[in-house]
Design a protein around this ligand. Structure first.
Ligand code: NAD
Ligand code: MG
Length: 400
């Protein structure tokens, strides 16, 4: 029986992870659940899953949850804040940690799991984008096993040989016959919209993703294709890829989840229904397979599969993130922080859809000009993230 901690239990990935556990109750049990502040949802989850611990990042919410659980004499103990998140990620009782907090708040608890040598089911791509080499080196130093949950990276992982799978972060793609990784993306809800209409797009329109059901931040990132940009950076670190080994391809149907092109002309792709339970199940069971609850793909019901190159004038955030990827850690930490602020401001109707890229661009350039900022330690990366957020908040305030 493997014990799992779920960071981000009340979110979309959290729900899918619990659904996979539901199908495999003899093999997995929930050790701890964590979320930000949704007390009612967490209370329901505690009733159903009876974890040893529930953690609310927000202290007031933790107190409320504790009272509600004490009232029914629940066996679940409640912890609060970052210390609580790190405790349930690193406990000796835990085998694997689902890292599914959204955004940079996921970095420290995920890193706590890395330093405790856990199996990390990595959904929180922002933590890898923010800390890159640092994250990969820590995983090696502490013997943590990183399993990509992001559907594209999980697909790529499945298309690579065992040699490469065993050497995440350090593998030599070329020596293993890989010519390039084809990172596919749907292009989001505005892929066919007239570019001149993009400034008028509302949060409701941006969140209505054509194929996947996801949390609000990643849904907006899919509409700008910043998500694919973050995934480009994520792929660089996971697969130790050079810029010329990574290509982005728009595939509107989201049936192929990514591909690997080999130097003998072969292309290996991973296909399936667009349902995160598939990559989550593999990350939990690797190298074996378990039931995920996802129906099998019915090829007779598929219409055509189409592909096109991304038009960077429609997706400036994608180009910015690709540029950041090979500029350096300052650039990727800064663009990630700026993007969290600009996306939230768009969701709060303080920015236009097209302003997201403008804010991201300006903040990335500004931070890259500050030669005094170090990227040598986790603390300095968090400081860089903090400064980039302050600049981004100021810029948002100027534009509203
Ligand atoms: P979501 O918004 O549905 O859920 C986010 C979760 O994080 C919630 O449980 C929330 O309570 C928790 N959270 C937020 N801030 C927190 C904080 N400061 N401390 C503790 N918990 C906090 O998001 P999601 O769609 O489930 O995405 C989660 C992560 O997985 C993101 O990094 C996203 O990029 C990645 N991801 C999601 C999908 C998907 O299909 N949803 C696919 C690939 C990758
Ligand atoms: Mg993805």
């Amino acid at each position: 029986m493997k014990k799992i901690t779920i960071l981000g239990a009340t979110g979309s990935i959290g729900a899918s992870t619990l659904s996979v556990i539901e199908h495999n109750r003899d093999d997995f049990s929930v050790y701890a659940l964590a979320a930000h502040s949704n007390v009612d949802k967490m209370y329901q989850l505690c009733l159903k899953w009876q974890p040893e611990y529930a953690v609310m990042a927000d202290h007031a919410s933790a107190l409320q949850l504790q009272k509600k659980l004490a009232f029914i004499k629940s066996p679940t103990s409640v912890l609060a804040g970052m210390d609580g998140l790190c405790e349930i990620s690193s406990s000796p009782k835990v085998d694997m940690v689902m890292a599914a907090i959204v955004g940079s708040s996921g970095l420290l608890p995920t890193m706590a799991a890395v330093k405790a040598g856990k199996r990390i089911l990595l959904a929180n791509k922002e933590s890898l984008v923010m800390s890159g080499q640092f994250f990969i080196d820590a995983a090696k130093q502490y013997g943590a096993q990183i399993l990509p949950v992001d559907s594209e990276h999980n697909a790529i992982f499945q298309c690579l040989s065992q040699n490469v799978q065993a050497d995440i972060g350090y593998c030599d793609l070329q020596a293993n016959g890989v010519e390039s990784i084809l990172l596919t993306g749907s292009g989001g809800p505005f892929r066919y919209s007239d570019i001149s209409t993009l400034p008028q797009m509302t949060p409701e329109m941006a969140i209505a993703h054509p194929n996947w059901s996801m949390g609000p931040k990643i849904s907006v990132d899919s509409a700008t294709m910043m998500n694919k940009g973050l995934e480009f950076i994520e792929a660089k670190w996971l697969f130790n890829a050079r810029q010329d080994q990574l290509k982005v391809l728009i595939h509107p149907q989201s049936v192929i989840h990514s591909m690997v092109q080999y130097n003998d002309g072969s292309v290996i792709a991973q296909l399936g229904e667009p349902d995160m339970c598939t990559p989550i199940a593999l990350s939990m069971s690797y190298p074996n397979r378990i039931l995920s609850g996802v129906k099998s793909l019915d090829f007779t019901q598929l219409a055509e599969l189409t592909f096109l190159a991304p038009d960077m004038s429609r997706y400036p955030c994608l180009q910015l993130a690709i540029d950041a990827c090979y500029t350096g850690q300052h650039a990727t930490t800064a663009i990630n922080a700026a993007n969290e602020v600009s996306v939230q401001a768009f969701l709060d109707r303080k920015l236009k859809f097209t302003d997201i890229a403008i804010v991201n661009d300006k903040i990335m350039s500004k931070v890259c000009r500050l030669s005094t900022l170090s990227t040598e330690s986790l603390e300095s990366l968090l400081e860089l993230d903090r400064i980039a957020r302050i600049y981004a908040e100021e810029l948002v305030a100027e534009r509203t």
